[in-house]
Design a protein around this ligand. Sequence first.
Ligand code: NAP
Length: 293
Amino acid sequence: MQLLDGKKISEEVLNEIAEEVKSIKDRGGKVPHLAAIIVGSDGASITYVNNKVKSCERVGFTSTHIELPATTSEEALLAKIQEINNNPDIDGLIVQMPLPAHISADKVVQSIDPAKDVDGFHPANVGRLALGLPTYVSATPHGVTQLLKRYQLPTEGKHCVVLGRSNIVGSPMSILMSKNTYPGNSTVTICHSKTKNLAEITRQADILIVAIGKAEFVGADMVKEGAVVIDVGIHRLEDPSKKSGFRLKGDVKFDEVSAKASYLTPVPGGVGLMTICSLLENTLKAAKKEIYP
Ligand code: NAP
């Protein structure tokens, strides 16, 4: 089994972005600027946003980190988003999910200017993805395709099984893998909680992309010998022996599946790091007005 090393590939991508930002600066161009809003103080969300902001600094972007209390009203959040939509200096805006229960995530996503929606969650950008038009591909599925591409793994004509149909991972992932592009041109099967005989289907996968949000759900019995397995899941499991108090696990039983897969992503060090890269790539595109000229 060969690791699909998100750490190594994300370093390569970050270096490439940093080089481009340097040349933009040298030419006197506009430095990309990402704004991130977080509402409340969920531990995992804070870590994710801090990592995103740190990565912005690493590649030379400007970043604005806006922390709002969990009691922020929906109206106040929408007003903040509007303010950022109207700020010509800010190229990209992300609002960290999940939001407190009294705020509608749909309303929030739809209030972001599609031209600044670097998470690629706005219906306009999802529609463009479905139609094969230039768009901000949502960061996690894009990160997965970049891993496949950088390892030059063949996808054409392969049976790709996507486990999970969420709007942010499974659904866009299945669209991307079915498109007439590389990576893509796969025959795609989407599985979800109502799928019957799940293991029978996942065992047919040449490429198995797992995003079901259940720690270590996929074992060796669900994987075909030689399959490429991408584990999107991230779970913080309590572990008092660790300094942080937790350890990270994926949706796949790494030890079991590594004995069967030809390629496998580790958790941590796999898809998560690629997700941040994709967000930065989208922000660079936004600053260059590549998608919405
Ligand atoms: P989600 O919204 O909870 O979606 C889970 C999907 O899995 C749903 O489509 C659900 O089916 C399906 N499912 C749940 N239990 C199942 C079962 N027993 N059998 C078959 N299908 C089942 O999760 P998500 O947001 O897509 O995230 C998935 C995982 O990826 C999570 O662990 C999350 O933390 C992680 N994640 C990682 C990154 C990253 O950067 N690496 C980014 C985003 C998410 P139904 O539709 O029928 O309910």
